[in-house]
Each structure stands twice: as C-alpha cells, then as structure tokens.
Write a protein that binds this ligand. Structure first.
Ligand code: AMP
Length: 394
C-alpha cells in the first residue's frame, strides 16, 4: 500500500489526533453491547503512545444525532470508560470537540489520552465544512485516520482535516486498504466471490465490478430470487425485486461473456410463512405461496466445490436468514467450510456477513473481516473512497 501511514509520520513529542470509529451499539441504559470497534483501534492508539506522542486526541461519531448540539444519548462517555479499561490509564473525556475551552483543557491535562465529544453534534462535520475541519486540526500537530467505517464519506474529520495537518492511515485503515484494495487491484486467483443479503439493488454495482475481476460468483440469500426469476424460475413468495429482474438477467449474460462461473441457488429451504418454521422443507422448485429463506444442501455442496478451488474468497452477505436458527444452516455451513480452507485469503465484507462469522465462531479463521459495511461495499465496487483519497501517497 502506497499511502502514508502512521509509521511514516513524525510523532515524537507531537500532539496526534486520531479519527477512530467508536460508533458502537449501546443498549437503553447506554451500556456498550459490542466493543469490537474500540478494540480494533487499540493497535494504532498504543503505537502512537509507545512512540513518544505527547498527547493522543481521539475523535469519533456515535449514532445519528441531529447535528444541532449535544444529545445525551449520543455522548461518547461510555466509550471513554471502555477505552480507559482497555488502555489501563486515565482518559480525559471532553464535552465538546472544538473551541478554546477544548484547547485549554488539552493543554492543561495530566492525561496522555483525550477523547473529544461526538463530532456529529455539529452539522459541519458531515458537510465537510472547512472551518470546522480547521478547528479540529488546530488541536494537534499530526492527523491519523483509523476510521474505515466512515472512509466512504467526505466528512470534515476524515477528508477536510487532511488539508491542514501531516496525515496518515492507522493500522486498521491500512489493513482494510491492503486486503480490500488487493481484491480490487490484484487478487490472487482464482478469486471466488460469495454474495448474499437482502437486496439485489444494493449490489448491482458490486456484481458489475466483480464480474471483471473474479473467476466465480456464488449467489445466495434474498438477492438470489431476482436472478432466478430472470431465468424463468418460480420463486413463490420469496424476496423479489421485480424491477431488477431485467438487470439481473443482464448481469448473468455479462458474467457468461466474461467467462465468470456464476452459480445460483438450485435447492431451497422453504416455509409457508416466515413465522412457521415448523413447515420447512427442501425443494428444487419453489411452490406457489411458499417462501425460501435459506439455500438447500445441494447448493451448499456446489458452493463448497467452487470455494475449494479459490486462492482468494470474498464474502459479502449471508446466504439465508441466519439470525433465525431454523434458517441459519446454509450460512453456518458456508462460514464453517471457509474456516477449514488452507492457503486461501478469506475476506469478509462488513455488516451482516461479519455478524454471521462472529455468530458461528469462525472469526479467527478468516484472514480479514472488514470493519465497515457501506465502506467495504463501495471499496469492492471499485469506487474511490474520500477518506482514503484524502491521504497522500508515500
Ligand atoms: P444485507 O444487509 O443486504 O447484507 O442483508 C442481510 C439480510 O439478508 C440478513 O438480515 C438476512 O436475514 C437477509 N436474508 C438472507 N437470505 C434471505 C432470504 N432468503 N430471504 C430473505 N432475507 C434474507
């Protein structure tokens, strides 16, 4: 990767501001229910501390505040508590993210680590407002971006700020660029892509881009039925995007022309209704009135045969409704199978596929699990991400 990273920056004795992704889920008592995003930022924070930075100033957004001032439910206080535990040292949590008071508190702080308040309490953050970016930049000497989850957004703390400070990627962002960037530019072949999830419409650009790069594309999940419909198959009451049938057909044609092995679901786990799991059965032709919620055993074997040939696997989207145990078998089987494969780079796109891999306890067996849902999708679509584009080449 040829972008500047934290290792290329002079941080000794400097105040380093790090944009992290601390957008963690909170329950109604404002307790963090999953701290993986905070944990994921630890290597960069620790590196900066261990390499002589005088202060580490951390910033993030959390949730979706309105953007016209503080809202208690979106304060970063719970994050400060967890950071403190993970770092084993006191973290100074401030109630704002810009201004003279913030500057004075940073200057007077005993603590090495300071956490600013939610960036999105200011609407200027999402607008990439230059004055706001400048105010953030004025708090530090050096900027490190470690927030892959927001890399697809040109926000002030990700894009604008790089205009004013020497900037580089943190380790988390670097890893995302290395793995996802590797898939887009020069994947080790064969590249097998497995796609699922709810909607075709979300993934048209992705399929188009991946047809140019992959050797095989396996399609399961809710998006499969629109493709099957384009082939004249019965889909019963399964998820269907009627206005996307034509384009699904075109994508299949394009794949064929490009010599990409596109594998669709051939057998299905169907039910009479979503809330009637007791009616489930395996069919190869979906009966009228029935709904398919998972791939069947024959499809699982077909998918596995192709996966076995891969040197690189990209997985984006569950192949069934894995959140419900009765409909989870396909996704579980595929996840566990990928985990057994040797000599393969396995990359899991963020969001639901990452949740599935975690649910089935095979996280450690994957080469890379992306921390960004939308960002990883856009990266794999071949789009330039503003948060990465903003960083200078070495
Ligand atoms: P996405 O956010 O597009 O990755 O979609 C993920 C969602 O797709 C998950 O919540 C799954 O429950 C859902 N899904 C997967 N397979 C199916 C299916 N056969 N029918 C309906 N929804 C599905």
């Amino acid at each position: 990767m040829n972008k500047m990273t934290v290792k290329d920056l002079d941080i000794k004795g400097k105040k380093v501001i790090i944009r992290a992704d601390f957008n963690v889920p909170l329950d109604k008592n404002l307790k963090i229910t999953d701290d993986r995003r905070i944990q994921a930022s630890m290597p960069t924070i620790k590196y900066v501390l261990d390499n002589g930075a005088s202060k580490v100033i951390l910033m993030s957004h959390l949730g979706r505040p309105k953007g016209d001032g503080p809202e208690d439910e979106f304060r970063l206080t719970p994050v400060a508590v967890r950071l403190q535990e993970l770092l084993g040292e006191k973290v100074l949590k401030l109630d704002d993210c810009i201004g003279d008071d913030v500057k004075a508190k940073i200057a007077g702080s005993q603590e090495r680590v300071i956490l600013l308040e939610n960036l999105r309490f200011y609407k200027q953050e999402k607008k990439n407002d230059p004055e706001f970016a400048k105010s953030l930049a004025s708090l530090a000497d050096v900027y490190v971006d470690d927030a892959f989850g927001t890399a697809h957004r040109a926000h002030a703390s990700v894009a604008g700020i790089t205009e004013y400070l020497p900037s580089g990627a943190g380790f988390l962002l670097e890893k995302e660029i290395r793995y996802l960037g590797g898939v887009v530019t020069n994947p080790e072949r064969p590249l097998v892509v497995i796609l699922g999830g709810a909607k075709v419409s979300d993934k048209i650009t992705l399929v188009e881009n991946l047809i140019k790069k992959s050797d095989a594309i396996l399609i399961g999940g809710g998006m499969a039925y629109t493709f099957l419909k384009s082939q004249g198959k019965n889909v019963g009451n399964s998820k269907l995007e009627a206005d996307k049938v034509e384009i699904a057909g075109e994508l299949l044609e394009k794949a064929k022309a490009a010599g990409v092995n596109m594998v669709l679901t051939t057998d299905f786990l169907v039910v009479e209704a979503f809330d009637k799991p007791e009616t489930r059965k395996i069919v190869t032709d979906i009966p009228d009135g029935w709904e398919s919620l998972d791939i069947g055993p024959e499809t699982r074997e077909k998918f596995k045969e192709v996966l076995a040939t891969a040197k690189t696997i990209v997985w984006n989207g569950p192949v069934g409704v894995f959140e419900v145990d009765e409909y989870a078998e396909g996704t579980k089987d595929i996840a566990e199978y990928i985990a057994t494969l040797k000599d393969v780079t396995s990359i899991v796109g963020g969001g639901d596929s990452a949740a599935a891999v975690s649910k089935f306890n095979v996280e450690d067996a994957m080469t890379h699990i992306s921390t960004g849902g939308g960002a990883s999708l856009e990266f794999l679509e071949g789009k330039e991400l503003p948060g990465i584009a903003a960083l200078k080449d070495k």
